[in-house]
Write a new protein. Structure first.
Ligand SMILES: Nc1ncnc2c1ncn2[C@@H]1O[C@H](COP(=O)(O)OP(=O)(O)OP(=O)(O)O)[C@@H](O)[C@H]1O
Ligand SMILES: [Mg+2]
Lengths: 358, 276
């Protein structure tokens, strides 16, 4: 077996501290990057892009965002749908107000605006914790959806109350609107996912990440060490909402194309992303990907098996899916709060020692 | 030992010949109440630079409350806290940390989800200055700083002889080692004043000896001023230069270990002469 640390001694602290300390992982990561950037764009088709890959990439960004808040900083939020809506509406307003500016800039700005909104709604976290904070963020969720429904300025007074993304291109290639190729949708999301994961990894491994985790694990000890709780919690809300806003903007502009706020960004979206965090693993970037992939793939898989192969009626299959997700959430919460990421770590640990268990 | 005048700012020489500096911290007439409970009643004492100052007393005497006043968790209704020759305004704990005051807790308060290394790295937080952007792209100051501080943390790990548990999540460590990691986290801040709340509670004899040695070494090698709460009188006699004795929120003794032991009130409090 090649999966070994032996003979792979670290000669500097920087090397000891790298993201993939084991050579095998590093190689696997580079291969994955080559495939993602160099192979998939050439073979991706509409079905795979729409049913699986593009939503997976977008939800991975949202999950990374929520994981920073819950998994790293220990602050529970049920406002994810609302914050994604902020990203979506911000990008819509920017795109329609400044059509000559690149959509990339608009999406980044949408993230920035969501970060500010997230920080504002994060202020109560200084006073309240756990369940009460969750309820406060739930209020944010309902307030934001209500706001985007209620104030016509946000949807440019359109008769339907919907927003729809105008056609935009990057380097002359359409990425939004009705004439988009699957590979272009995929590429823009991939670039954002890659950048988000890289930034999140850096932020979580340094001073900022440690102050978030300190607050999460023991807030009085964190303070005694010099962590300013206000700063730690608000930066967590800000960074988290930045990613969630970008995910919301991408979901609307690149994936959905048109959206009605209650339908696209309702409370069920908050729960969907929360489940991705829990199943993937609290406090893990890799887990965020695993959780997003799992929750996107599961319905597709079940539909193919139950409806396609076993001829179940569609509604029964849909209920069955809810049942499975519910059972899994409970199982993970009780048995493995660190989710798929931890299962993967344990499997690797076993492999590293194989065939000698000690 | 030289005679010590109250609130003196001159140093003194200990019995074992160490030169102790002037006053670094002074508590003046501190009174702390919780509703009807008077946890600290009009207590004054000082801590000199470079000394090991013990605070002793029976359960519920108000010792931990006193450390909590020093570290900014509790705000006394009356009295003043002076540090480095200046009256300290009312401060939050993280501001106190920035002054160079670090501490450990009576009940271990480590970051359970993090490794030994990360716990101690977190202790250096007040010294790390890289901005958010630099951290986000892991370039320039953030990356450089991480390596420099890792170097320092490794020195602490060597000093405390915990190399083998560097990467272990602290939740998995036995009690005695957790106490040691918590000391490491406090040392990482390179504090001027180190507060230890019962650093040896619940330890066996061997672990106590190790911990005593570390405390003495910290004081000796880094010149750190230490204030510690301890119940084991043997340990207190061995390692402390001066002792404050508290009972029911009041100060009932203050002086060298020998002086304090000869004090009638202290003996009564310890031999359990009934208060009521
Ligand atoms: N946060 C608080 N709220 C109310 N009462 C408190 C609080 N903290 C301490 N007290 C009270 O103050 C008194 C002193 O408590 P403290 O913890 O300082 O004692 P201690 O000397 O450290 O005792 P021990 O040796 O048991 O640790 C006790 O009567 C305690 O109940
Ligand atoms: Mg105590």
């Amino acid at each position: 077996m090649l999966y070994r640390e032996a003979g792979d001694f670290k000669t500097s602290y920087a090397k000891d501290n790298q993201t993939f300390p084991i050579k095998f992982d590093r190689v696997a990561y580079y291969i994955l990057l080559v495939v993602a950037f160099g192979v998939v764009p050439f073979i991706i088709n509409d079905y795979w892009a729409n049913a699986v890959i593009v939503p997976f990439l977008i939800y991975a960004i949202a999950t990374i965002g929520l994981n920073i808040l819950i998994g790293y900083c220990g602050q529970l939020s049920l406002g994810t749908g609302g914050f994604m809506a902020v990203g979506a509406f911000a990008s819509y307003k920017l795109m329609t107000a400044f059509p000559e500016v690149s959509i990339i800039i608009h999406i980044l700005l949408a993230g920035g605006i969501t970060a500010l909104v997230g920080m504002a709604f994060g202020l109560p976290s200084l006073r309240i914790k756990g369940f009460y904070l969750a309820v406060a963020t739930l209020a944010a969720q309902f307030f934001l959806v209500w706001l985007f429904n209620r104030v016509p300025w946000f949807y440019n007074n359109s008769a339907s109350g919907q927003i729809s993304a105008p056609e935009r291109s990057v380097f002359g290639i359409n990425v939004t609107g009705p004439h988009v190729d699957a590979w272009a949708q995929y590429m823009i999301c991939l670039v954002f996912v890659f950048a988000s994961a890289w930034l999140a990894r850096n932020l979580t491994r340094g001073t900022m990440g440690r102050s978030w985790m300190a607050i999460r694990d023991m807030d009085i000890a964190a303070e005694i060490i010099g962590v300013n709780p206000l700063k730690a919690k608000l930066t967590a809300f800000g960074v988290s909402s930045f990613f969630i806003g970008i995910a919301g903007a991408l979901l609307f502009t690149v994936y959905l194309g048109a959206a009605e706020v209650g339908e696209a960004f309702g409370i069920s979206k908050s729960f969907l992303v929360l489940f991705m965090v829990i199943i993937g693993g609290l406090g893990s970037i890799f887990g965020s990907f695993a959780g997003a992939a799992f929750m996107v793939l599961l319905p597709v898989l079940l539909k193919n098996i139950l409806v396609g192969a076993l001829n179940w009626p569609t509604d029964l299959a849909a209920h069955f899916q809810l049942l499975i997700v519910g059972a899994l959430i409970i199982a993970f919460l009780i048995l493995e709060p660190h989710g798929l990421a931890q299962l993967w770590r344990v499997a690797k640990e076993k492999l590293r020692l194989w065939p000698f268990p000690h | 030992m030289n005679t010590m005048t109250e609130n003196s700012t001159v140093g003194y020489v200990t019995d074992d010949g160490r030169q102790i500096g002037g006053t670094i911290m002074e508590m003046k007439n501190i009174t702390l109440r919780f509703g009807g409970v008077v946890a600290i009643e009009n207590i004054s004492f000082d801590i000199h630079e470079g000394e090991i100052r013990a605070i002793i007393g029976p359960n519920g005497a108000g010792k931990s409350s006193m450390l909590n006043v020093i570290s900014g968790f509790y705000h006394p209704q009356e009295g003043e806290v002076w540090f480095n020759g200046q009256k300290r305004p009312s401060m939050k704990p993280f501001e106190v940390a920035a002054l160079g005051i670090a501490r450990t807790f009576q009940n271990i308060a480590l970051f359970k989800g993090m490794s030994t290394l990360d716990n101690i790295m977190t202790g250096r937080l007040t010294k790390m200055k890289a901005g958010m952007l630099s951290q986000a792209i892991w370039w320039g100051k953030a990356a450089r700083e991480e390596e420099e501080h890792r170097q320092k943390v490794e020195e602490i790990i060597d000093f405390l002889e915990i190399q083998a548990i560097r990467k272990t999540p602290v939740g998995r460590l036995p009690y005695g080692l957790q106490k040691r990691v918590e000391l490491g986290r406090a040392l990482a801040a390179e504090p001027k004043l180190l507060l230890l709340d019962e650093p040896m509670a619940g330890m066996n004899v061997e672990e106590k000896e190790d911990m005593s040695r570390f405390i003495l070494d910290v004081n000796d090698e880094f010149g750190t001023t230490i204030a510690l709460i301890e119940h084991d009188m043997g340990v207190v006699m061995d390692i402390s230069d001066r002792v404050v004795v508290m009972d029911y929120g009041k100060k009932i003794g203050d002086g060298t270990p020998a002086e304090v032991l000869a004090n009638k009130e202290v003996i009564d409090a310890y031999l359990g002469v009934s208060h009521d």
